[in-house]
Design a protein around this ligand. Structure first.
Ligand code: ATP
Ligand code: MG
Length: 336
């Protein structure tokens, strides 16, 4: 009989619930996004996010169960994001999951949000399985991981400063595209020339780690210089050039990681994996290095609960169970 996991995600500004079959098949997936509400402030306001999660979680759960066509008696485990993320926001999901487990007598599985992003690949390609290298690029994280098994992963390198999503969001705001900037910058870049503006893409010696502060500062300086001289930014050209610079750094490091490890299976994860330039560049890299490739479906790139229910399924099958003393862990790292 199929194993059904219920996923709950509330780490940032999306309240999401999902029911997944055997870690791979999505029975139902609901997302109540607060992005439009937070856009008036130019970013997520943590306290308001927590309050909105409280309002959204019960309707989201009920609707998900109705869509999945099952009752709580059919669920094998409740898998909830326990970190990293905003502590108040995380606590709404964690408390709801604990209450559900206590009342229905179900096992509780706390899931790392980043392991969830990686599991988006399992929902996108039924045959995709470890081992592989994963370029994880999101609003708060940018790293390359060696995923040895479903629950065993090792860091290869990471950003020394901003995450890729942050780097996109900050510059998008400065050029007037608003929040969330990544998707808007991507859209604006479609008609732009990626060679119109140039940005430095420095290497950190003796390490595959990367840094976006130099590119970001160069972008800000270029914008200020043009504006001080009474000129205007060509938004599509700027978006295309900036996006190309960020993605080139990421793909270069992934290429180095492929050479270093000899691993010929690569994939993407996290919100920035929705970026069209990054998806194109990783496809080119896979072709050049003869790597097997998985690119997550657009629906599972940004925060959702299907990916949490999938990652949680593999933890559950390996015997992971959490107690009622489980907390929310804002700075949780993978493998902890
Ligand atoms: N098409 C796109 N191009 C570039 N960036 C994008 C695109 N779509 C989404 N993003 C970026 O992805 C980020 C959101 O991703 P995600 O939801 O995974 O982040 P998060 O959950 O806030 O952070 P984390 O997963 O690190 O905790 C934002 O920074 C957003 O701008
Ligand atoms: Mg995320």
């Amino acid at each position: 009989m199929a194993v059904l996991t219920l996923g709950i995600e509330s780490s940032c500004d999306e309240t999401a619930c999902a029911v997944i079959e055997d870690g791979r098949v999505v029975r139902a997936s609901m997302i109540a996004s607060q992005a439009d509400f937070h856009s008036q402030y130019g970013g997520v306001v943590p306290e308001l996010a927590s309050r909105m999660h409280v309002e959204a979680i019960v309707p989201c759960l009920s609707e998900t169960m109705a869509q999945a066509g099952c009752t709580y008696d059919d669920i094998d485990a409740v898998c909830v994001t326990k970190g990293p993320g905003l502590v108040g926001a995380l606590l709404v999901g964690v408390s709801s999951a604990k209450a559900l487990c206590e009342v229905k007598g179900l096992p509780l599985v706390g899931v790392n949000h980043m392991a969830g992003h990686i599991a988006a690949n399992y929902l996108s390609d039924p045959a995709w399985e470890p081992p592989f290298l994963c370029l994880v690029v999101s609003g708060g994280h940018s790293e390359i991981l060696h995923v040895k098994d479903y629950t065993d992963m090792e860091y290869i390198c990471a950003t020394r400063d901003d995450a890729a999503g942050e780097a996109f969001d900050k510059i998008a705001r400065v050029i007037g595209l608003g929040y969330p900037g990544g998707p808007k910058l991507d859209k604006a870049s479609v008609s732009g020339d990626p060679n119109a503006y140039s940005f430095p893409t420095p290497r950190i010696s003796d390490s595959l780690d990367f840094s976006f502060s130099g590119i970001k500062t160069a972008a800000l300086n270029t914008i200020n210089q043009i504006r001080q001289n009474g000129g205007e930014i060509d938004v599509p050209d700027f978006a295309a050039s900036y996006q190309d610079a960020i993605c080139s750094v990421l793909i270069d490091r992934l290429d180095q990681a492929v050479k270093m490890t000899g691993m010929r299976r690569i994939c993407l994860a996290g919100g920035v994996s929705a970026n069209s330039c990054l998806r194109r560049k990783i496809t080119e890299l896979a072709k050049k290095r003869k790597c097997e490739l998985c690119v997550p479906k657009m629906a599972y790139c940004t925060d959702n609960a299907a990916m949490i229910a999938s990652a949680g399924y593999y933890d559950y099958m390996r015997g992971v169970r959490d107690g009622m003393d489980m907390n929310a862990y804002p700075s949780l790292e993978l493998g902890v």
